[in-house]
Design a protein around this ligand. Structure first.
Ligand SMILES: Nc1ncnc2c1ncn2[C@@H]1O[C@H](COP(=O)(O)OP(=O)(O)OP(=O)(O)O)[C@@H](O)[C@H]1O
Length: 763
């Protein structure tokens, strides 16, 4: 039986797998013809191969040529499953491929293919700068032999470097840098200042993470304006002296906190005897509520760390510092105040777009990840993307043990340390995934106490994390990592050079232990996937405590009072197993609901953005503004020199369009918060939002014209067009950031909750 036949048999099994929505059968039929081309392509010299690469526009030939180019340049002949993945990407799917299957090379063949199919330029969107650069540099020889240029962008790239990178056929860039570049390009007043070309094809790496988990994250471009004093910052001092249980109560789920009557009175007195619920005290009420949240619910070293005098957020999903992320402004300031730091400049928001809306701007989207099936439905709902499950190259022989569940943290931690020590004493490499930085550090201490040295990979040393994780498979290595730190880096058995591979194989391969289940099964699966790559031996297990936040928050009420345990304190109780699974499902459901809600609100904004972008493009690249002025302000327009009219009309119209859009975005976010108040009056908040957003946008379009005419009539054009003499002052400095999820809902949600509590308690 030939290789292709064996693979076909395995594919057949795969095609029956539930959740597989795309039939890979027809694509796998091409593997034979691809292989049949191999010998002939090997005969070609490099120049002839490049010529061949430039000629084809057919899946079979694209894969055959791509395979030969990879073999020749980086010495890796793409496996059949990689070609199958590449074809899935070429047909606009999300390919699910296990960790270590070689998605980087798969994406390269797909990127090449997309350019051949006329879908270029191609952006490969990564989760971080490190991977953008690494993958572009690694794959460059392959691209070059295929006759393509490749570029990469990181946060440190200059304008010129960015423009050059985007001019390449294929560009590797983190999704946030790409989004920021888009936002900046939307504000240029000269076409030549743009860095990106059209958004044609996006190949999304770690697709579930970017398309689902990060989807609702707004990317923000702000311009410098003076920092105003922030009442929230002042409120931080007020809440410092409050005590839990007396002045405030934290809800069991740890996600909300409310003042007690005594606490409120205390605050009201400190504020000089005001009534916080009086109509004119809304700002104070909201400020002290936010301050209380920062004080009582956000934990240093779990939710954020303080480094170099600033608050840096820890990304819940990845457990590492989220670069340049902020909470919504009030909350960020409250946490800064809590830590005694001065508030960072806030600036005026010039433009913002969510990751999801940015991705939607591409003509063609496809992606790859190890964990797509679980979010298959959402990928279809939000991006019309289907998942294609690509079988692994070698069968997965990793042993996934059932969870070990303990009733309390103490017993769990003891057992966990013991388990690590036993494996370590034999020399078996162990990778432990913890839920947060604090847990990592606590575990490291506990391991040290029993004489087990370990490497801690967390938010605080992310610069080195790639090289540390690369060695996590070495003999005796113990690596403690917060969730997905170091993602995308290969863990080879026996160390990165595979020096002691045989010994580690004998020991059973990499042992992955989760110190608690994550909020999503996908993240658990990603952790497990660290072991058992390419048919390597390996094992995984999760050590769960019933005191873990996930379990107590979402399944506290269905846990049996006294679960059955064995002598070692391990719980053996089907009801408990069920509760743990249930807790994770609930957490996933909550996240999905939040995502859907944000999305429903953003649909109308995104339609408006597209309309506005079209209008802006016309202003920027044609004479529509001048023509409009000739009609609406004929006297002055006619007596103005043609070039001066063209320049001034364009600049003035663009300025007002951008300014009005920024104001519109601010207005919409106010409306969005405000509509929740109206929700109390039983109106549908989404309808209400539309009722405000639609006319406001129509008004904006009218205003752009009106203000342009007005400004044109006022400006002195006697010495030509001199922007500095006009009212047009564009921000001289801009910066970008991501808005982190507000973990507690919007400020107004909380306010309503607080008001609601007060009403229901008869206050
Ligand atoms: N066809 C091939 N032949 C030999 N080695 C390969 C081949 N394809 C990929 N590799 C190697 O496999 C390793 C994993 O590749 P890669 O990092 O692209 O995997 P991945 O699927 O992206 O994994 P992750 O999910 O961790 O990001 C790399 O070291 C790469 O060099």
């Amino acid at each position: 039986m030939g290789v292709s036949q064996r693979l076909k048999n395995r594919f057949r099994k795969f095609l029956q797998r539930p959740g597989t929505t795309v039939n890979l059968g027809p694509l796998s039929e091409r593997l034979g013809p691809i292989e049949a081309r191999e010998e002939a392509l090997k005969e070609l010299d490099d120049a002839a191969l490049t010529d061949a690469a430039r000629e084809t526009a057919d899946f079979t030939e694209i894969c055959a040529v791509g395979r030969e180019a990879a073999r020749r340049t980086i010495g890796q002949r793409p496996y059949d499953v990689q070609l199958l993945g590449a074809m899935a990407l070429l047909s606009g799917r999300v390919a699910e491929m296990a960790t270590g299957e070689g998605k980087t090379l798969t994406a390269t063949i797909a990127a090449y293919g997309h350019t051949r199919l006329g879908n270029g330029p191609v952006h490969v969107l990564t989760v971080n700068d490190y991977l953008a650069r690494r993958d572009a540099e690694w794959m460059e020889p392959v691209y070059n032999l295929l006759g393509l240029s490749v570029g990469w962008v990181t946060e440190a790239s200059t304008q010129e470097e960015r423009r050059e990178a985007y001019a390449a056929d294929v560009t590797y860039v983190s999704v946030s840098e790409a989004g920021f570049d888009y936002l900046r390009d939307q504000l240029v007043t000269d076409v030549a200042d743009r860095v990106q070309r059209e958004l044609a094809t996006a190949i999304v790496d770690e697709a579930d993470s970017i398309l689902i988990d990060e989807a609702r994250v707004p990317m923000v471009l702000a311009g410098s304006v003076a920092v105003e004093s922030d009442p929230v910052h002042e409120a931080a001092d007020l809440v410092k002296s409050l005590r839990k249980g007396k002045d405030y109560e934290v809800a069991e789920d740890g996600r909300s906190v409310a003042f007690t009557e005594a606490g409120l009175k205390n605050i009201e007195e400190q504020l000089g005897g005001i009534d916080l619920y009086a109509d004119d005290q809304v700002e104070h009420l909201s400020a002290v509520n936010v301050a209380l949240h920062a004080h009582a619910l956000l934990r240093r070293d779990v939710d954020y760390i303080v480094r170099n005098g600033t608050v840096e957020l820890i990304d819940e999903m990845r457990g590492r510092v989220a670069q340049r992320r902020r909470w919504p402004d009030g909350l960020q300031a409250a946490v800064e105040a809590k830590e005694g730091l001065s508030a960072t400049a806030e600036g005026e928001v010039l433009n913002t777009i969510t990751v999801q809306a940015y991705i939607a701007l591409y003509e063609t989207v496809c992606g790859m990840t190890a964990t797509a099936v679980h979010v298959g439905e959402q990928l279809r709902e939000y991006f019309k993307l289907e998942v294609a499950v690509v079988p692994s190259n070698a069968p997965n022989i990793r042993e996934d043990d059932p969870d070990r569940i303990y009733s309390a943290h103490d017993t769990r931690d003891e057992a966990l340390v013991e388990e690590i020590k036993i494996a370590h004493d034999k020399g078996r490499p162990v990778l432990i995934g913890t839920l947060d930085v604090q847990a990592s550090e606590r575990l490291a201490e506990q391991l040290k106490a029993v004489g087990v040295p370990c490497q801690v990979l967390n938010a605080k040393n992310d610069a080195e994390e790639a090289s540390i994780i690369a060695e996590a498979g070495a003999v005796g290595a113990v690596t403690v990592s917060t969730q997905m730190a170091g993602r995308g880096v290969d863990i080879r058995l026996g160390g990165s050079d595979e020096k002691d591979r045989e010994r580690v194989v004998e020991l059973g391969g990499l042992y992955v232990i989760g110190a608690g289940r994550h909020d999503s099964r996908r993240v658990d699966d990603q952790l497990r996937g660290r072991a058992g790559r390419q048919g390597d031996p390996g094992a995984s297990v999760f050590f769960v405590s019933l005191e873990d936040e996930l379990v107590s928050r979402h399944a506290g009420d269905i846990l049996p009072g006294s679960p059955r345990m064995d002598m070692d304190g391990v719980v053996h109780d089907s009801q408990v197993d069920y509760a743990v699974e249930h807790a994770q499902r609930v957490a996933e459901g909550v996240n999905h609901e939040i995502h859907r809600n944000t999305w429903r609100y953003s649909v109308v904004i995104e339609q408006q953005r597209l309309l506005l972008a079209e209008r802006r493009e016309r202003l920027l690249t044609s004479e529509v503004a001048a023509i409009m002025l000739l009609e609406k302000s004929p006297e002055k327009a006619k007596e103005t020199d043609e070039d001066v009219l063209s320049d001034s009309a364009r600049a003035i119209a663009l300025y007002h369009l951008d300014k009005l859009w920024a104001d519109h975005l601010a207005y919409l976010s106010e409306v969005r918060e405000g509509v929740h108040l109206r929700a109390l009056g039983k109106l549908d908040p989404l309808d209400e939002f539309h009722r405000s957003a639609v006319p406001a946008f129509q008004e904006l379009l009218i205003q752009v014209e009106a203000r342009t005419i007005e400004a044109f009539e006022e400006v002195d054009l006697s010495d030509g067009w001199q922007p500095e003499r006009s009212e047009i002052v564009r921000p001289n400095a801009t910066w970008t950031y991501l808005v982190h999820d507000n973990p507690f809902g919007s400020e107004l949600d909380r306010l309503i909750a607080a008001v609601g509590r007060r009403l229901t308690s008869g206050g």
